[in-house]
Design a protein around this ligand. Sequence first.
Ligand code: NAP
Length: 344
Amino acid sequence: MTEIPATMFAALQRHEGYSGTAEGPAIADAADYLDAAEIPVPTPGKGQVLIRLRTASVNPSDLHFIKGEYGQPRIKGNPAGFEGCGDVVAAGEGAEGLVGQRVAFVVALGCSGAWAEYATTDAINCIPLRPDISDDDGSAQIVNPLTAMAMVDIARQDGESFVVSAATSQLGKLMVSLGKDLGLKPIALVRRAEAVQPLKDMGAAEVVVTTDEDAVQQFAKISAALKPRVFLDAVSDQFSEQVFAAMPNKARWISYGKLSSELPKLTMMGQLIFQSKRIEGFWLTSWMMSTPPADQMRVVGEVQARFADGRWKTDVSVHLPLRDVVSGLADALKKTDGKVIITP
Ligand SMILES: NC(=O)c1ccc[n+]([C@@H]2O[C@H](COP(=O)([O-])OP(=O)(O)OC[C@H]3O[C@@H](n4cnc5c(N)ncnc54)[C@H](OP(=O)(O)O)[C@@H]3O)[C@@H](O)[C@H]2O)c1
């Protein structure tokens, strides 16, 4: 039987509810949003589990959330952090079957977050991990991989090429390599020239550097040749709008992230009318609510297989000790091209 202490260390939300801002995920100092504290270890309720943390990934959604800009309100005094990997050490009624298992998890609404020595969540938000999945991959096993699977599935139904912005993000890389494996032609948008070759090696048919002066013209040429009909967009700024405007008839601009704080202006309304173009959003939470559990389990199995055999991996920029999150997170996030992974 695992000894569970009475208290634990955690990075707690400083604020309540929504902020009303739309600045994007950049933070200057995590202390503006988080407090370090020793608090009681939470008790799992009915259908919930208590997880001893091994690793927690820092996703842009976590940063939107602590800033009060995410799709659910903050709870002041509750540990932050949506996603992690750990060992189930206790369970409420009906969830006892998971005790003793190493799981990937996402924190359910109102549960105790992952940036803490212990977290709680609903048992259905846990995925028992194969032994050949590392703790780092386990901490980034749900949010990005399931989103990649779901969105590339949307893209493949609309032709053989699709566009991915912020392609150096973890999710961007997952989608580019998955697209290549499925015989598709991903067009990657990046903002650093040194990312071009790695993205091509990963499977991008074309890569456009968005900071090039003629980036829109470059994209327009590629678009005319490859005819992508789906734009999977994590940036959602004015450049995105220009990309969408350069796409062919029936193109779909699917915004799933707001990495840029710039609010785009629509310049081509006629295309919505005369070219049957559409602007949409994608949120994994809605996908999970609308996708039958058996289909989700099939996708989960495929995700673990891809990480286990090396087709996918989590690039890690920094392992950040939990006790350094409040003081060190903003600096840790300055390193690009990899995830910050929190360790207890
Ligand atoms: N809707 C959903 O259900 C859902 C699910 C999962 C993730 N997401 C979204 O997917 C996006 C990527 O997530 P992730 O975890 O893969 O991110 P990540 O690995 O943390 O990478 C983010 C990368 O995006 C690039 N970037 C940041 N700001 C940018 C900007 N203003 N313009 C262009 N590129 C920018 C940076 O790369 P460089 O420095 O190399 O440019 C940065 O390293 C986020 O927006 C996240 O919120 C949405």
